[in-house]
Design a binder for this molecule. Sequence first.
Ligand code: ATP
Ligand code: MG
Length: 222
Amino acid sequence: MNALEAHDLVFTYKGRGQETPALRGCTLSAARGEFTAVIGKSGSGKTTLLHCLAGLLVPNQGHIRIGSSFLTEMNEEQRSLFRLQNIGLVFQSCAMVPELTIGENLRLPFEAAGLKLDEERLAELKNRLDIADLEDRYPQECSGGQLQRAAIARALAGNPQVILADEPTGNLDQENTLTVFSMLKECQREYGQTVILVTHDLMLAKQADRMVMMEDGRILDS
Ligand SMILES: Nc1ncnc2c1ncn2[C@@H]1O[C@H](COP(=O)(O)OP(=O)(O)OP(=O)(O)O)[C@@H](O)[C@H]1O
Ligand SMILES: [Mg+2]
């Protein structure tokens, strides 16, 4: 059984009298421990797809299964808890609470849900990502790349079964891009985590197990 399955997703943004179809029958599945790179033009629906897979958006049609759970049959509260326990999110805008230090930001989602964080794993991630000394700094005192690396540590800290990364290396220099990419590969290899990576970087995409192309709200090859 595939670790992740999104079948025939339709999603349309509605607002201010306008409708923008973003997913038009999008189907994607991934085996456990498979590393899939999603490429495609700007506006083709990649971020929308990841937001649906993360349960942040609810598709108008279609279903999403992760492991043995159907995300599309859960209510908002169930989706939030499921996301926290099963999905690592690394998004373009890595939201950190400005009033909290990086250390507090990393622990916040887990503490808020009463979940225990694997401190050893977090320390290892912080070392690997070279952010160990940012613990007591506030987000506005960090560079864009440092914030992005902190967001990656936060996403991986809970050892999620699925990692959804939306251009996680967008703000990073070449050295950090390689570090982040090799960490995602390691998650896949050592922990059997399923990784879906959206990237504009073809060199990275080519190193995935599989590369799929998104166009006009659909995955062309899957
Ligand atoms: N919040 C929103 N409200 C209305 N329309 C939106 C919203 N977010 C995205 N869209 C539209 O949905 C479509 C898909 O956008 P999406 O962000 O998923 O594309 P993308 O493939 O991630 O692009 P990029 O590579 O630029 O990040 C686009 O037409 C976009 O304008
Ligand atoms: Mg996007």
